[in-house]
Design a protein around this ligand. Structure first.
Ligand SMILES: O=C1O[C@H](CS(=O)(=O)O)[C@@H](O)[C@H](O)[C@H]1O
Length: 317
């Protein structure tokens, strides 16, 4: 591992030196002790033993927006046109469910399993000129009231770029973001009924200044992927802000950590003690002067943190 300087005294390590075009959806596999993530435009699911192992890449037939580990082994994977199940690494992809989006204009983006094993995936409306993205939950549990057939529900809508999905340790609060709104939303969540109530803005960030260009100062970025630690703090990647924020359950800023890439996309907690924080980043479409300044853009970075994270939830079917 190589230490990457942020100029802020934070000790990031280069956890995976091979850059992604757009890394997303990292999780630490609790049984396999491997880091998994996706490179969306490269249409790859990747995994790696971050103690120096080689990166394994699994080509997908379309863009994988997000993935989660499954209780009975393998993965659930949101591809462009639907949610798929793979029982083994590199194995057959079986369609579980389609949602109601148009895959010509819309792909999946951020998602993960909830604490009871439903898979949640949000979409990204690629023209980015109308609020056509949604958030879905897909329940394939044998006791789902549908005889185990997938129960697909639209849980939020009127968005452009679904992101930031996470649950509090007591399973009573759910977080979600529509990235361009610069707002992190929260709901009271009932795990058993899957009901979301008391919708509120958990944290609002200032928008992008008019005419802002990468390299200009004065912009802190917009909320992207997130993870929650065991004390209920919400860790949020700030896309185009080059930083990762730790917010208390009340929304107070606890830490503002510079990342050695302008576009961090999503953090996750891993390592055997869940005290290593990994973050995926983006390289695609970034200007040359930014890539000169942050040559590791697109790589996965890691740092040790004080408070352990929550383990990845497992998809149940
Ligand atoms: O494609 C993506 O881009 C967005 C950033 S934005 O839509 O340009 O604001 C990022 O948040 C998202 O996670 C990623 O998949």
């Amino acid at each position: 591992m190589t230490t990457a300087s942020t100029g802020s005294g934070q000790a990031w390590q280069l956890a995976v030196a091979q850059p992604d075009r757009l890394g997303e959806s990292p999780f630490w596999h609790p049984r396999e002790r491997l880091l998994y993530w996706v490179d969306i435009p490269a249409q790859q699911v990747r995994r790696c033993d971050t103690r120096g192992g080689a990166v394994e890449s699994w080509p997908m037939p379309s863009e994988p927006g997000c993935i989660a580990p499954a209780h009975s082994g393998g993965l659930v994977i949101a591809l462009r046109d639907g949610i798929y199940r793979a029982r083994t690494w590199g194995g057959e992809l079986a369609l579980i469910a389609r949602c109601d989006h148009d895959p010509r204009t819309t792909r999946f983006n951020d998602g993960k399993a909830d604490p009871l094993g439903r898979f949640w995936a949000g979409t990204l409306y690629e023209p980015r000129d109308a609020p056509m993205a949604r958030l879905y939950s897909v329940d394939c549990r044998p006791g789902n009231g549908q005889g185990g057939r997938p129960l697909v529900q639209t849980k939020a809508q009127d968005a452009t770029t679904a992101n930031g999905l996470a649950w509090s340790p007591d399973r009573k609060t759910m977080y979600w973001t529509d990235t361009p709104s610069h707002a992190i939303q929260a709901w009271d969540w009932d795990a058993d009924s899957n009901a979301m109530t008391r919708h509120r803005i958990f944290k609002q960030f200032p928008g992008k200044p008019a005419g802002w260009q990468p390299g200009d100062g004065g912009y802190g970025g917009r909320p992207d992927g997130a993870a929650v630690d065991s004390q209920g703090n919400y860790w949020c990647a700030m896309y185009e802000g080059g930083r990762l924020l730790q917010l208390s359950p009340a929304g107070e800023l606890l830490q503002d950590i510079a990342v050695p890439a302008t576009c961090p996309t999503m953090p996750c907690f891993g390592g055997p003690d869940l005290r290593t924080l990994f973050v995926t980043t983006a390289r695609d479409k970034r200007p040359a002067n930014e890539l000169e300044r942050f040559p590791g853009s697109g790589c996965v970075f890691s740092m040790r943190v004080e408070v352990a994270g929550l383990p990845a939830n497992l998809f149940a079917d």
